[in-house]
Ligand binder design. Sequence first.
Ligand code: ADP
Length: 218
Amino acid sequence: MQIQIQDLSMTYPSGKQALQRLDLDLTSPSLVGLLGPNGAGKSTLMKLLVAALMPTEGSILVDGAPLNKVEGKLKASLGYLPQDFGLFEELTVTQFLDYMAALKGVLRSPQAAIRDVIRAVNLEEKARARIRTLSGGQRQRVGIAQALLGDPPFLIFDEPTVGLDPEERIHFRNLFSRTAQDRLVLLSTHIIEDVQSVCDRLVVIHHGQIRFTGTPEQ
Ligand code: ADP
């Protein structure tokens, strides 16, 4: 999978220009870290990539085709963890993932798929717990688990390590790097340690502009 971002700008109806003339190529497999302070434009870029927002200028090409022509196909191959992800408080972790698996059309052995993602995020002991009883970090893990359901080839995680403690952060860095071995994974963060050791590539964004792309060593 290849994503080409060309001369992309986004101005919200309020007049706020969140992104200014971005050019970026993303190629599978890789783990790309999008690094920038709060308000830099990371979430806006991710929402444009999942076609939840339309750019005011420029284009996004998916394997050479304009995003608006292949939107359905892209969404079917996408796992997305938005920043403000809502969970159903009264469901158990397994019930919630079962619901998400149905929504995502995971038809082939959904129970096994749910067990796999619960294991991947290290939440086996909470599989039967109600979501309202979970800590912030455990909720974040449920959010990551739902993105992994159905084994999508393109994963977008918006600030996935928010609310995680230092030990959990390390676990997730390893999970992301394993996941990206045969996929395209884009994750945003404002914490450099989250991305410097595991990402193949870093994209630094500030005030809606790309300031740097390259390897963490660079
Ligand atoms: P980040 O994810 O890096 O914190 P965002 O993409 O959320 O940054 O925001 C980039 C800029 O766009 C910020 O100045 C933010 O206040 C503004 N912004 C985000 N969403 C909206 C919106 N719906 N309407 C107007 N401005 C917005």
